[in-house]
Every structure is written in structure tokens, then in C-alpha cells.
Design a protein around this ligand. Structure first.
Ligand code: SF4
Length: 364
């Protein structure tokens, strides 16, 4: 079984911290992109039947209800075990939710980011806490009880008490799944360039320190666990059984096919990616081509640890892994960054905080 990722890179605004190849796009591009995407779906070899679908971006929840069904028409494997749509708070309507469920969507991921008005305003988002509460009620009323709420730790102006307020507000909505991302300001984002210029826009002068962000993250792990929402991946938390089936495929190195701009694919042996920018993806379709641009051979052993150690369950290290990485394992075990449970290795709580440095050791 495979996972299908569909990229919809159009947004109503460009969030100040965002460095994705998504955002406000040139007028007219959206309809051409839809046609290029439909052509890529039609040209896809469905050797593996998909059991999970994930539509991300971008803001796919902005697609009009009348156009939504067509997007997934060519994808086989219904009913999918899990089909997620990323949604921006404030973009939901009962008509859209009916169109989503009619097309097979059974899970929604809401990009909440914060429940604090001032923090949201600085990101460029238009919603507030009431919008999110209304959206969650609308999802439940529309038959989507399986949903994720995203939070960002490290937004400009965030404090320990405002962070706690957002955590409590999330839990009050009783979500099956929560994602907590630690903001790493990218210099290509508007916030990043404002910081470099020493400016004041977007709260650039008020970004919490790395230590503060680490503290926010650790308090989230403890608070969510106390509410029965356990961390199962560095940024992902779920009630038992509500882990994202689609995203688990990335960390367990199971096959997935990415469709649309900036989408990545992996068939178990090779990895490939599509053109990053929507304009280039559409231009390629105009030239008679669809999909893949760069292809590389997968590196099974490196990737096993590079992605697998993100999971709280860790990875099983066999004799040949020990032969190859024994020195690295030993060093991290001795320093308390890795923990050994039988044949499995996993990151300790401290290891999670330095995970990027750990993963570097496994890059070929
Ligand atoms: S953060 Fe999400 S909604 Fe905001 S610009 Fe980036 S992709 Fe669009």
C-alpha cells in the first residue's frame, strides 16, 4: 500500500514565518495548475494501491466546494484508511466539509498555530481562537471527528504563559491529534529577513530565544502527555490509535507518491521530486512533461536512522547497523542522547532537543 501526497501551493496570504514554495500566486495560475495536476494523476502508474491520501500546501481548504471532487477523482483505493486535508482556520464552511467527505476525506489538519490574537496577527493569519472553536464544531457536525490541531512554539511575542494558554485551549477542544512545531526562523521568510535587517515588523524584535522555545516544547510534551496525548514523533502527538497513518509512512520508509509542485516521492528504492515552484510545474506540463524532475537512489541504512529516530518507538538496529554506525551509537548512548531498549534505539528527551545534530551523523 502506498501514500499519496497532493500539493496545493496556493494561499490567501504569505505568512511571515513561511519559507515553503507556497503563497500568493500569479492570477490564472490556479486553473492551469489544476489541469497539470489532473494530467499528472492520469499519467501515474498505480502499481501500489493507495491507502492514505494527504492534501497539503498551501491552503487546499480554499478550493471551492464545487471544484473539490474533481481533485481526487483519479486516485484509486477508496475508501482510503486515512485521507487528510490541510485547512486554514476561517476557510471552512458546511458546504465545503460536505464536498470533502463526499470526495473521501476523513481527517482534517487545522493550522491553528496559536490561540493568542497578537501572536496570530504578527504571522499574517486572519483567524482567532473563536474561529478555531467554530471550525472544530463545524467539522464534528459535518462528520469529521478525526482532526489535528497545529501549534507553533516560538512565535514572536510568545511567553511561557501565552504558550500555556494555547496548550490549554487546544486540549479543551479534545483533539485526537496535535502537532507542535518549534519555529526555526528561516532567513528566506519575511520574518527572517526582517530580523537580519534589524527591523521591527512582524515582531522581529520579540522572537523567543532558543532556550525559551525548547522550554515551550518540553512543557507541551509534559502537558499533552498528562492529558493522554502522547508524543509519537518529534513534532506529533496523538491519543492512542489516532497517529497519522500517512505521515508514519515517511518515518517508516514506506512508499509514497507526491503529486504537484514541490512534491516528493519514494518507491522503496528511489526518491524523486517534482519542480519546486508551481509556475515551473505548470511550464513543464505546457512542454508536454509531467511530474518528476530529480531522481536519486535511496540510502536505506542512513535513512533508516535519519528518519526513523524521529519516532518515539525508535528503530531496530541490527548487526550490520552496529558494524556501520557502532561508534556513533556508542557515543550517543554514553552521552545519554540515545537510549537502548532491547534491539531498538531511540532518542532520549535530551536527544530530541539536539536531534538535528544527531541526524547529521547518519547523512552519507
Ligand atoms: S504557512 Fe501555510 S498558509 Fe501560511 S503561507 Fe505558508 S503554506 Fe501558506
Amino acid at each position: 500500500m502506498a501514500g499519496i501526497y497532493i500539493s496545493w501551493p496556493f494561499c490567501a496570504q504569505k505568512c511571515t514565518y513561511c519559507n515553503f514554495a507556497s503563497g500568493v500566486q500569479p492570477k490564472g495560475l490556479e486553473s492551469e495548475y489544476s489541469a497539470a495536476l489532473a494530467a499528472e494523476i492520469a499519467a501515474t502508474d498505480w502499481a501500489l494501491t493507495p491507502d492514505t491520501v494527504y492534501i497539503g500546501g498551501g491552503t487546499p481548504s480554499a478550493i471551492p466546494a464545487s471544484d473539490f471532487g474533481g481533485l481526487l477523482e483519479g486516485i484509486p483505493g477508496r475508501p482510503w484508511a486515512e485521507a487528510t486535508l490541510e485547512a486554514a482556520p476561517g476557510s471552512l464552511t458546511p458546504e465545503k466539509i460536505a464536498a470533502w467527505t463526499g470526495a473521501g476525506i476523513n481527517r482534517v489538519s487545522l493550522g491553528v498555530q496559536s490561540f493568542i490574537r497578537g501572536e496570530l496577527a504578527r504571522t499574517g493569519r486572519k483567524h482567532d481562537a473563536e474561529t478555531v472553536r467554530g471550525d472544530v464544531a463545524m467539522l464534528r457536525a459535518g462528520g469529521i471527528a478525526n482532526f489535528n490541531l497545529d501549534l507553533i512554539a516560538g512565535l514572536p511575542g510568545q511567553t511561557a504563559s501565552s504558550w500555556r494558554e494555547s496548550l490549554e485551549a487546544v486540549v479543551a477542544l479534545d483533539p485526537p491529534h496535535v502537532s507542535v512545531y518549534m519555529l526555526e526562523v528561516d532567513e528566506d521568510s519575511r520574518l527572517g529577513s526582517e530580523i537580519i535587517l534589524g527591523g521591527k515588523r512582524y515582531g522581529a524584535f520579540d522572537v523567543p530565544s532558543e532556550d525559551a522555545v525548547a522550554g515551550f516544547y518540553e512543557s507541551a510534551v509534559a502537558y499533552l502527555a498528562g492529558c493522554g496525548i502522547e508524543r509519537y514523533e518529534i513534532s506529533n502527538f496523538a491519543r492512542p490509535g489516532a497517529e497519522s497513518l500517512h505521515n508514519l509512512k515517511y518515518w517508516r520508509r514506506e512508499p509514497y507518491v507526491g503529486l504537484g509542485s514541490d512534491a516528493h516521492s519514494f518507491d522503496g528504492v528511489k526518491r524523486w521530486r517534482n519542480p519546486e515552484m508551481a509556475v515551473d510545474y505548470v511550464a513543464r506540463w505546457h512542454r508536454g512533461g509531467v511530474g518528476r524532475e530529480e531522481e536519486t537512489a535511496a540510502e536505506p541504512v542512513e535513512e533508516k536512522f535519519f528518519v526513523g529516530l524521529r519516532l518515539a518507538e525508535g528503530v531496530e538496529a541490527n548487526a550490520s547497523d552496529w558494524e556501520r554506525f557502532g561508534d556513533v551509537f556508542q557515543r550517543f548512548l554514553e552521552s545519554g542522547i540515545l537510549v537502548r531498549d532491547g534491539d531498538r534505539l531511540r532518542l532520549s528527551a535530551r536527544g530530541v532537543m539536539v536531534s538535528n545534530e544527531v541526524f547529521q551523523e547518519f547523512v552519507g
